[in-house]
Ligand binder design. Structure first.
Ligand code: DX5
Ligand code: ZN
Length: 215
């Protein structure tokens, strides 16, 4: 059974308490929070003042995805939210090993995120040190984009690397996840499904979460 991490990016920002209540009631395991800076990605989402409010009322584990330059700089602020997982982009961290250490020293799980063009083999020398690898299955910055088909092969390659090295890292995917792509992603070895528009773009978001959970 996959771990489900609904992405708040597709929620109704005028009704955040209602949407977070729905997540709290649902079978979701985590809540995925997308922070964007308009530099690393061509969009800006929400920042720490908003996340503080969200953290106060959310009962699920917080899965923070930082699409920003120099993410390590914000480790203490992410920790202050009580986050479970802090995901940083491989492409934004010239000293990734140090950043992972900082996240662990702060008492959080550390995730490394790869953009669609970044091959999984760049993780060969760090895979033992991370708790999760987040594969972008669309280009980061926007919800509601089309799933990149090559991602299925990428999940299989990553699974292979994890098994070969004896790493305990989870595989999370983010972008274009629905019942159809989700099923194939889970079959390929995915542990955690992030979904935004598939969940929130419907009258029955809780039902969609259950459906993904059962894949
Ligand atoms: C995109 C974000 C995703 C986004 C996914 O940059 O990282 O988490 O919310 O949205 P969907 O599920 O609609 O593709
Ligand atoms: Zn994300």
């Amino acid at each position: 059974m996959a771990i489900i991490s609904p992405s708040l990016l597709s929620a109704d920002f005028t009704r955040l308490d209602r949407d977070i209540d729905m997540i709290n009631r649902s079978e979701a395991d985590w809540l995925h929070l997308d922070v964007m800076d308009g530099v690393f990605v061509p969009n800006i989402s929400f920042g720490f003042p908003v996340l503080k409010g969200v953290a106060k009322i959310c009962k699920k584990k917080l899965d923070v995805h930082l699409m920003i330059v120099d993410p390590g700089k914000f480790t203490e602020q992410v920790k202050a939210l009580g986050a479970y997982m802090m995901n940083v982009h491989y492409e934004a961290c010239p000293h990734l090993h140090r950043t992972i250490q900082q996240i662990h020293d702060a008492g959080m799980k550390a995730g490394v995120t790869l953009n669609p063009h970044t091959p999984v083999n760049v993780l060969e020398d760090i895979i033992q040190d991370v708790d999760m690898v987040l594969l972008m299955t669309v280009n980061p910055g926007f919800g509601g984009q089309k799933f990149i088909e090559h991602s299925i092969e990428k999940v299989k390659k990553l699974k292979n690397l994890i098994e070969k090295t004896g790493s305990k890292a989870l595989i999370e995917v983010d972008g274009g996840v629905n019942a159809e792509t989700g099923k194939r992603l889970v079959e390929a070895g995915t542990d955690v499904l992030v979904a935004g528009s598939y969940i929130f773009g419907t009258e029955d978001p809780e039902g969609r979460i259950s459906l993904l959970k059962g894949l």
